[in-house]
Design a protein around this ligand. Structure first.
Ligand code: SF4
Length: 333
């Protein structure tokens, strides 16, 4: 194990939450880091359990409200523009609820480019027909501006190419809510990374609006996306931070809730990937990254990057990826 000897850690101590991630951290600290008995923040920690309930609470409430007729299913348009398709893969892997539940019971997803049964002009008309209703506009990907947006088109309609610029502007105009899913849509992300040949920008920057709800992450976890859709259905706009991110999912850093936090607090760091200690010295950006990954985890499993021995690379942050490089520091120095 690598024992830290410099004050590298101290500059981040002010970022630590007073709300420690797991009561077991303190138990283990009191035991002198006899962490072998620790359940690794999985099942037995009551705080962890409460947060898990929070993650699915919004969705379950919305499902009940729709079923009982208390709330109407909300119409939705899910548009993918310039990105990598990761948000869709992430959504298709959703477990609680899964994507079929989303489509059948939860929202009227009138248009979803990747899994829409229709194609071409008929598919585009599904967007047009939704514009006169109450709908939520969900967007993945950044908006390329170069050459008046010609680098990404979403349809050819009546012989005319509809650019992402035009599509986003048109659909956003009457939307009841606008949600950006993923870091590209939320902050520009990899699509807007150097050298950014298409001059892509985030949706919020493009629309110049303050009411956009951001769900960043590369990709965003479907639990967060479904949770926000659920909250919108039952209650309306959730409490947001100054960027527009829901505090429920972005109110704490990865570091606040990390299962390796007890090592960080004790100044014990991994020397190489695969070691079980804190990966701060290997470049972990958990202390600077606000996201819910340690709680919601992924695909209905217990796994998430840090549990899989990969440090946080800050993919949900506003500067990802250019501002987060290098992603790793080999050798633990
Ligand atoms: S692995 Fe990263 S997020 Fe976890 S305690 Fe260490 S620095 Fe914090």
């Amino acid at each position: 194990m690598y024992q830290v000897k410099d004050n590298d850690v101290e500059k981040y101590t002010d970022l630590q939450s007073t709300n420690t991630s797991c009561e077991e951290i303190n138990i283990q600290k009191n035991k002198g880091l006899n962490y072998e008995n620790c359940s690794n923040c999985k099942i037995n920690c009551s705080l962890q359990k409460n947060k898990e309930e929070l993650a699915v609470k919004f969705t379950k409430r919305a499902i009940e409200d729709v079923k009982s007729g208390k709330k109407q299913k909300i119409n939705a348009i899910w548009l993918e523009i310039s990105g990598c398709f990761g948000e869709v893969i992430s959504l298709l892997d959703a477990k609680d609820p899964d994507v079929l539940y989303l489509l059948k019971e939860f929202v009227n997803l009138n248009y979803f480019g990747s899994i829409c049964g229709d194609s071409g002009e008929i598919a585009f008309e599904r967007i047009l027909q939704t514009l006169n209703t109450d709908y939520v506009f969900i967007i993945c990907g950044a908006v390329p501006l170069k050459d008046n947006g010609l680098y990404t088109t979403i349809a050819t309609y009546k012989g005319r190419k509809i650019t992402a610029m035009e599509g986003v502007k048109t659909i956003a105009q009457n939307a009841k809510y606008i949600i950006t899913v993923g870091t590209c849509a939320s902050y520009g992300g990899p699509t807007a990374a150097r050298p950014n040949l298409s001059e892509a920008v985030s949706v919020k920057e493009f629309l110049k609006r303050d009411d956009v709800i951001l769900i960043p992450g590369c990709p965003a976890n479907p639990v967060w996306t479904m949770g926000i859709l659920g909250y919108l259905t039952s209650y309306g706009v959730p409490e947001l931070d100054s960027d527009g991110r829901p505090k429920a999912y972005y109110g704490h850093t990865i570091h606040d809730n990390c299962s390796r936090r007890r090592f960080f607090d004790a100044g014990i760091f991994a020397k190489k990937f695969g070691d079980e200690e804190c990966m701060f010295k290997l470049g972990c950006q958990g202390p600077m990254t606000y996201a819910y990954c340690p709680i919601s985890r992924w695909n209905g499993t217990e796994n998430w990057p840090i549990r899989d021995n990969t440090n946080c690379i800050g993919c949900a942050g506003p500067k990802f990826p250019d501002g987060n490089e290098p992603f790793v520091r080999y050798g633990g120095v």
